[in-house]
Structures are given as structure tokens and as C-alpha cells.
Design a protein around this ligand. Structure first.
Ligand code: NAP
Length: 256
């Protein structure tokens, strides 16, 4: 594979960093010159990462091309480029459909959408790809895992998961702030919460056949303090409000 990136920003940098952290990894990578600083940083850190003269030069030197410009400029950027029939195009552009990308990159017909996350730099977090594709799946499988989906509706529903990170950290911050208000030092509170939530994040792996609610009930001992918090938050409609928010995000993503 000769891999190219159109748009060298945060996500491209994370993918290249993850890829090049794999032992013995020698895939040649060509990045577009923008962003200049990000491209220069990648080329300085990795011997087999090269900066192309422009976007077209990326296409001309590669067989597999990841599209990683922002959605607002994607159409304008892609319309100026000449793709080849044999190009393998992987669009990372979150809010432009596979069908629209396919029309923009014709005559290339091998077109996938992928949704990697920045933690791919540390080989963590699965990438969703659509449609299933053995080459794209094998690429992302090595970089933290891959979930292949058949159609846009499944892709859109899974994409909603990525809208919940900020709330997750707000949840941890609420615990942290409360513990600190009781006179516990910042670091001690942070270290304890981090260590406990890392352990909780492993719980689904220890019970792979159980749903999340089963794990919740495991911790919610009758009459205990976990049951109390769960009951009080449920009674106040916190989880219903959360689910309604996911629905609104989904309508935004799916454009319905
Ligand atoms: N970051 C994420 O967590 C994430 C997750 C999933 C999907 N995505 C998708 O991935 C894509 C990239 O996101 P990002 O976070 O990496 O954005 P980003 O950091 O803004 O990177 C986009 C890059 O495109 C460059 N660019 C601007 N105009 C260009 C042109 N005409 N030709 C080539 N490159 C050009 C920008 O350079 P300048 O800085 O010089 O303008 C910038 O470095 C987006 O479509 C986004 O929807 C991102």
C-alpha cells in the first residue's frame, strides 16, 4: 500500500502516528502540504513520511487515499482533483455521505467511509468503516480495532456514540469537584477517580456475554449507595434526557 492523505490535520496526524508506532511498519505515506506545521512534524518524526507538492501529487503517488479535510471545503477541494480508477478512497469526512464522495472522486469506484478517533494515535478505539472492505478493515484493525457496518443508517447510529465524550468527562468532573469540595486534594481525587474508572472500563471485557444493564445491576446492591445514586438520577429523568439528546444528535447526523 502507498498511502496518501488529503488534509494533514489532527486526524491524519493521529492515524500516521498510530500506524508508525506498529513494530516493523514500513508503509510509505505521502501527506498533503497543509497544514504545513503538521506535515513537517510528521515528516521529521518518521523516515518514510513524505510531503507532496500539492494535493494532486498525493493522488499521483498513492494507491490508497484518505480524505481528511474539513467538511466545509471538501467539495471544493475534491472537484479540483483527478482521481484514477484504481484509487482506493477512504473518506474520513464525517458529514459528507459516501454517495456524494463517490460522485466527487469518479472514476475511482472503490470508496469507503471510515470514522477513526484521535486516540488511534495510541492504537486505541475502534474505527467504524462502511461498507465492509477487507483492505480498509485490515488497515484499521491494527490501529485499535475495526467495526464494519453494511449501511449508512448503522454508520450514523454508531456515530452518535462519538457525541458523548464531553458529557462523560463532565460526569467525571462532577465527581471530582464534589470530592474536592470535601477537602480532598486535587491530585488524590483525580488519581482515585482515574484508577477506578479505568477498572470499570475493563468490566465489559470480563463479562463479554452480559449487557451494560447487567453490569449496572451487579453494582447496584439492593439498599446500597450505588442503587441510591442510580435511582435518584433515574427518577429525575437524567437518563431519559440523555437518550432524547442522542436522538436529536442522530437526526442532525442523518439529516432527517
Ligand atoms: N478530529 C476528529 O476527532 C475527527 C473525528 C472523526 C472525523 N473527523 C473528520 O476528519 C476530517 C479532518 O478533521 P481534523 O480534526 O483532522 O481537522 P483539521 O485538524 O482541521 O485538519 C484538516 C486539515 O485540512 C487542511 N486543509 C485546509 N485546506 C486544505 C486544502 N485545500 N487542501 C488540503 N488540505 C487542506 C488544513 O490545513 P490548515 O490548518 O492549513 O487550514 C488542516 O490541516 C474532518 O472532515 C472531520 O469531519 C475528525
Amino acid at each position: 500500500m502507498k498511502l496518501g492523505f488529503i488534509g494533514t490535520g489532527a486526524l491524519s496526524s493521529a492515524i500516521v502516528t498510530g500506524l508508525k508506532s506498529l513494530p516493523g511498519e514500513q508503509t510509505a505515506v505521502v501527506v498533503s502540504p497543509r497544514n504545513e506545521a503538521v506535515a513537517a512534524d510528521l515528516a521529521a518524526r518518521f523516515a518514510d513520511v513524505f510531503i507532496a507538492a500539492d494535493n494532486q501529487a498525493v493522488l499521483d503517488q498513492c494507491d490508497t487515499v484518505m480524505l481528511a479535510v474539513r467538511p466545509q471545503i471538501a467539495r471544493e477541494v475534491l472537484r479540483e482533483l483527478r482521481f484514477r480508477k484504481d484509487h482506493h478512497v477512504v473518506s474520513l469526512i464525517a458529514t459528507v455521505s459516501r454517495e456524494e464522495i463517490a460522485a466527487l472522486v469518479w472514476p475511482a469506484t472503490h470508496v469507503s467511509k471510515a470514522l477513526p478517533m484521535p486516540m488511534i494515535a495510541r492504537l486505541q478505539g475502534s474505527t467504524i468503516i462502511c461498507p465492509p472492505d477487507p483492505i480498509v478493515a485490515a488497515f484499521f484493525a491494527r490501529l485499535g480495532g475495526v467495526i464494519e457496518v453494511e449501511g449508512q443508517s448503522e454508520f450514523d447510529a454508531l456515530t452518535v456514540v462519538t457525541a458523548t465524550y464531553a458529557s462523560y468527562f463532565k460526569y467525571l468532573d462532577t465527581i471530582h469537584s464534589w470530592v474536592r469540595s470535601q477537602g480532598v486534594s486535587n491530585d488524590k481525587a483525580r488519581d482515585y477517580i482515574t484508577s477506578i474508572y479505568k477498572a470499570l472500563a475493563n468490566a465489559p471485557d470480563t463479562a463479554p456475554d452480559e449487557g451494560f444493564m447487567h453490569l449496572s445491576q451487579d453494582y447496584a446492591t439492593r439498599g446500597g449507595i450505588n442503587e441510591q445514586v442510580l435511582r435518584e438520577l433515574t427518577e429525575r429523568g437524567l437518563f431519559d434526557t440523555f437518550a432524547e439528546s442522542l436522538g436529536r444528535v442522530h437526526r442532525r447526523i442523518a439529516g432527517t
